[in-house]
Design a protein. Structure first.
Length: 274
């Protein structure tokens, strides 16, 4: 999770729900502290208040100046309400990083007219444990220094992958943004299949959960090995795994099903952005 630059000198985080708080914890873990961090959150949870006090962050101060980086982590439907309250802080030199699903650069620019430098980002829920991955798009005006700042901010909670066109943010949403839910559902299905095979539900759930978690960690640690190679390594010709894969890899199997699922998520992301 290496960041490409040091964190900004001054950051204003607008919205500190699950994802905003995950980012804040990631910055704190990298040593960030002091009044350079301002948090705007009308309903701060006890954990947020405690972290702000511990690290010396400013929580809901009345006096707020334009920061080096403004991170928007509110719910997308709250943008119209929040924008007038923070428009003065989105200055001409401020980097605006938005993790608002479905809100395009044009939407942000229209509501924050002084700002010029926008990055759209789509993190995912494993960011809460520092193991997320974020797909990001930098608007054309964003220079290399500000792009590096954005990568430092987002890289505090996991890997960062850049896409070259804003339209691809919808694809990122469909693959990695929504992806954890696909994995969790796979565990549900594998658990049910284990029960159907005769296992107690608790045993099936433990086996399914640990198998997916362990396989994921093996995949992460085998970064130079493709997932296809790992699959082949565990598949003996004519064995039990091969019998199962024959079903999963059929023409109407898991591959085409996931393609349809991702396409549906991408299509819906586009509808929400429109």
């Amino acid at each position: 999770m290496a960041a490409a630059a040091e964190l900004p000198r001054s950051i204003t985080l607008v919205g500190a729900g699950k994802m905003g708080f995950a980012l804040l914890e990631g910055w704190a873990a990298q040593g960030l502290s002091g009044e350079g961090v301002t948090i705007v959150e009308p309903q701060p949870a006890p954990a947020l208040a405690a972290l702000a006090k511990q690290r010396g962050f400013r929580l809901n101060p009345e006096d707020r100046a334009a920061p080096q980086a403004l991170v928007l982590a509110v719910k997308p439907q709250a943008l119209d309400t929040v924008a007038p309250l923070i428009a003065a802080e989105a200055g001409a030199d401020t980097l605006v990083v938005s993790i608002l699903a479905g809100k395009r650069v044009a939407d942000l620019s229209a509501r924050l007219p002084q700002a010029r430098f926008f990055v759209r980002a789509m993190p995912n829920t494993p960011a809460a444990i520092g193991r997320g991955i974020t797909g990001a798009f930098a608007a054309p005006a964003v220079d290399s220094d500000r792009r590096a700042l954005a990568e430092a901010l987002l890289g505090a909670v996991g890997e960062v992958v850049w896409v070259e066109t804003e339209a691809l943010v919808d694809a990122v949403t469909a693959v990695s943004g929504s992806g954890p839910a696909y994995v969790f559902y796979f565990v549900e299905c594998l658990t049910r299949a284990g029960v159907e095979a005769g296992l107690a539900e608790e045993t099936a759930a433990q086996l399914a959960r640990a198998t997916v978690a362990g396989a994921g960690e093996l995949l992460r640690q085998s970064a130079e090995t493709t997932s296809a190679t790992l699959r082949q390594n565990v598949t003996s010709p004519g064995g039990t795994t091969a019998a199962a894969l024959e079903v999963l890899m059929a023409k109407d199997g898991l591959g085409p099903l996931l393609e349809r699922a991702v396409a549906a998520a991408k299509r819906r992301a586009g509808e929400l952005s429109g």
